[in-house]
Write a protein that binds this ligand. Sequence first.
Ligand SMILES: [Zn+2]
Length: 711
Amino acid sequence: MNLADGYALMVQAAVEGMRPDPELRCDEWAEEFMKLPKSGPKPGEFRFDHSYPARRVHQVLSPGHPCKRVVAKVASQMFKTQTALNWIASLIHRRPRNILALEPTDTLVKRFSARVSTMIRNVPELAERVAAAKSRDSRNTVQAKDFLGDATLYMNTAGSAANLAEVSAPYIYVDEIDRLELNVDGEGDPVELAEARATQYANDSKFFYTSSPAIEGFSKIDTLFEMGTKEYYHVPCPHCGELQPLLLENFRFRRDEETGFMDRAWFVCPHCWCEIDERHKTMMLRDEVAGGRARWVATAQGDGETVSFTLSAFYMPVGAVTWLTLARQYARAKDRLARGDHEGMQVFYNTRLGLSYKNSETVTTAKQLRDRAEKYPLRVLPDAALVATMTADTQPNRLEVQIEAWGPGMEHWVIDFIVLNGPPTDPPETPGSVWQRLDEIRRTPLLHASGRPIMISAYGIDAGGANTQDVYNYGAARRTLNCTVLHGSSRPNKPIMGSSPSRVDIDWGGTKTPGGVELWTVGTDVAKDWLSNRMQLLEGPGAMHFNDALPPEWFDQMVVEQSRTRWHKGRAIREWVKPNGARNEAWDVSVYNLAIAHQLGLHKWTPLDWQRLRDKLIPPIGDLFAPVPAPAPVLVAPPPLTVPPAPPSAPATPAPSPVQTSVPAEPPSPAPVVLPPPAMPPPAPVPAPPAPLPPIARPAPRRRIYSRGIQ
Ligand SMILES: [Zn+2]
């Protein structure tokens, strides 16, 4: 050894001495120390042979890896919790610092804490560190476990800002982040709040976020995933060897032609078009450490401090959920989706594919609706429809009115949309007031495609705007005319139409009438879900038809609101939100028409009920040689503006006149369609005298006049 060599050795020794102890990576630690509980599915020493993809996630979680955030957007019951436990255990053992673990609910905190306790019992290296801390009379509770090194593992919900505020920790695990409340006690984003716990640790901190995602556009794990490297697990094709991710678009399944049962599920390789069966999976999933070729492939550079992964249930180890099971679940979800029910598909996307769900292959754009608009005459019920409803939305300077026609299976057609300009504060009896013009529309018969006149069966007015008392006053006097005063409630799971009204006071023009009006509550969120989920249907039950003469803004307003899922105490709350200042009257009156249809009980009608009504309204002609039936009553073109003096109001759509017009001074009022309860033969449309409108400023005496009867 010469002098130079000696100097080099000395320098090397000095450098070694300054370096921290060589880090054992988290994946190595797990294989060396982690013992899984005897009661679990894989008792004994932890191995990656049931979750090869988890290996790299462990590696980047290791304190020696430079990344700051690790994001796992994965299907349910993949490797999330065990990875978190391995990480926490290796930290307790090798890098004792405070650790904060956040769960969406108290129940999940308890469950996670129980798994931590079991782990501590099973792994001697952890047990002695917790026990050593215990001897100093310290905490070993559900929510906090002290361990050697003057450090604590805190386990809590992210549901309260207070839970986050008291703790300072460099290592933070946030489980099921899409199930957390988006806004913790109004103080902001739980990610920001959690990361604020680690500010004093600067470069030494690390965050591990996991979740199966929720709704697209509102998914926190999506946002975190996008910030990072966006890594997909690529596996080699057993035939051509090309590496590829297992994607839904390459997934195939088959039903047995005789039994109809699903009997095979496989992937098609997009490179060689060969079929990949589940039996190939064990070989395909093996990573390089295990002698295979599978590996994570990053698809983005990311922000330089976030490594993000996504993994679907297609990568479940053999023995867990099979491809065939997934194919059956997917096929069932597709069947439900075809009926307008998105729940199954959302669950499949979120928990199986590890993807957020957009309620819309589904959410329709205004342009899509406009492109779909149909040519049919306004104010004419198409042949399939037999019942007409109308609703009005009140605005400070106008009413917006929509008339819809309803047919079997709740298929419905917008047959007119009218804006009545003028202040709703004018008393209803004022000539030319919006209320008078609304009455005029109600009194004017519509036409059925068969040529028969049909009256609006029921109509509703939203009392939720700025003119509540005006609406009460108007509606109270028209209860006999099937006028319903409506009030929207966005409380979750409220029925589309309440079963009974509440009575509220009228205070109008200085006159108080206690309990003077019946107020019916509309479950607007449920109604909006119903409409929106069926918006892509072109025809058949539940489909909504739009007229191409509707104004362009009508279509914009139909799609302006978006649904989102908020998580409160671990429970999903679906709600509809409107961008500030956006107009949505068309959407509102559509929702209210649906509510009126429910009030009439149309949603319960069987095909037989519809046929009975059809037979009453449009008697079959029968014998072609029978005497010609009397001509249909004189039909009247809609004259919504005939009430003088006509204010400068214009219907939003030009009043169409598809019918022969002859406007008598007092139009004959054909019989209103009296709606039968389901399974009851509908009464014949008895000609009624023209309904006189009491010139009211004061509500009618309190009495229950009409029987809605069809709840
Ligand atoms: Zn191939």
